[in-house]
Ligand binder design. Structure first.
Ligand code: 5GP
Length: 183
């Protein structure tokens, strides 16, 4: 679905489907160059990173592998619970692999810093992060994000894999929600 299909639910479109696709192509080109000849393992963080992962890996022109993790983050609300739990672990042994975590959005950075700590103990050859969106607060988070789609304002956004109470993941544009939806 597109933003035009939800005239009452959305406040403002931040990025259109076309803009997101263009930005993904740019980031993929940098990743291609950085990982040439290395077959990186892309680790997608479920569920939010599904769209980013699908579009990023298809925009890449080098070979890559894929695996997925699920960690607890937001419930039905719009603030981080502060609790990070692994709900689904990797099926791949990452020892000596070039691992690139693919994340949808970094807000506090809590989820990601936990993930990085956890994956480091498994001795990957390298461990980097690609996040499609990053909020201002994340700047102070203790994680180094190598590839960023967009730095966005401190607002709750939906679309391109990002949900509110399970909805809007299939919205292809990225938008803020109208207040009546979450109040
Ligand atoms: P953090 O641990 O960085 O505070 O939160 C990261 C996770 O919270 C993301 O993977 C995502 O699931 C969720 N999240 C953070 N900000 C937003 C947002 O603006 N919209 C949506 N839909 N989810 C968000």
């Amino acid at each position: 679905m597109r933003a035009a299909d939800l005239p009452d639910d959305l406040e403002r479109v931040l990025y259109s489907q076309e803009e997101v696709a263009h930005r993904i192509d740019e980031v993929a080109a940098v990743i291609d160059k950085d990982y040439a000849g290395r077959d990186p393992l892309l680790v997608g963080v479920l569920n939010g990173a599904v769209m980013t992962m699908a579009d990023l890996c298809r925009a890449m022109k080098i070979h890559c592998h894929m695996d997925w993790m699920a960690v607890s983050s937001y419930g039905a609300g719009t603030r981080s619970s502060g609790v990070v739990r692994i709900l689904k672990d990797l099926t791949t042994d990452i020892e000596d692999r070039d691992v690139l975590i693919v994340e949808d959005i970094i807000d506090t950075g809590l989820t990601l810093s936990y993930l990085v700590q956890n994956l480091r103990t498994r001795n990957p050859r390298s461990l980097e992060i690609m996040a499609m969106f990053r909020k201002p607060e994340a700047i102070s988070a203790p994680v180094d994000v190598k590839y960023i789609g967009y730095d966005i304002p401190n607002e709750f956004v939906v679309g391109f894999g990002l949900d509110y109470a399970g909805r809007y993941r299939n919205l292809t544009d990225v938008a803020t929600l109208a207040e009546h939806v979450y109040k």
